[in-house]
Design a protein around this ligand. Structure first.
Ligand code: DAT
Ligand code: MG
Length: 151
């Protein structure tokens, strides 16, 4: 099977509301492998590059203000199917439409404060991890649980 990478980010509201530990824990419990992790204050330029596909949207300036409004927690997670699985764990973009049990469904109420980002394709996972992390910030390691996670 194909091993993917997803860029997951706790947005400023998730950090301010104290959800960093809970969000990391949800991905850890599922069994994905953490390859990179940092608290980071993002620039306007980086936010604009990250969301460049949304540049023409009316909410784009507010989105950039929101993402740069405080520290974020950047994560690189690896695993078979991690991109699609992370999107399920995160839930719909609008937290009021997100299913209970998902991160947004449990912890948020508005699209403009939906507390977390997850890559929408394996290609974007790679692109976003390269955008947010320097090479030296990503770690290759072998979790001891690997043989108990996948046969
Ligand atoms: P997602 O974060 O679920 O991948 P997206 O990529 O379509 O959603 O949009 C990126 C972010 O932009 C989203 O998390 C919140 C914001 N956003 C999207 N649609 C919006 C809207 N209609 N009004 C305000 N903000 C929106
Ligand atoms: Mg998206």
């Amino acid at each position: 099977e194909q091993v993917d990478e997803s860029y997951i980010m706790v947005k400023p509201d998730g950090v301010q509301r104290g959800f960093v530990g809970e969000i990391i824990s949800r991905f850890e419990r599922k069994g994905f492998k953490l390859k990179g992790l940092k608290l980071f204050q993002c620039s306007k330029e980086l936010a604009e590059e990250h969301y460049k596909e949304l540049k023409a949207k009316p909410f784009f300036p507010k989105l950039v203000d929101y993402i740069t409004s405080g520290p974020v927690v950047c994560m690189a997670w690896e695993g078979v199917g991690v991109v699609a699985s992370a999107r399920k764990l995160i839930g719909s973009t609008d937290p009021l439409q997100a299913e209970p049990g998902t991160i947004r469904g449990d912890l948020a109420v508005q699209t403009g404060r939906n507390i977390i980002h997850g890559s929408d394709s394996p290609e974007n996972g790679k692109r976003e991890i390269a955008l947010w992390f320097n090479d030296g910030e990503l770690v290759e390691w072998n979790p001891a649980q690997a043989p108990w996670l996948r046969e």
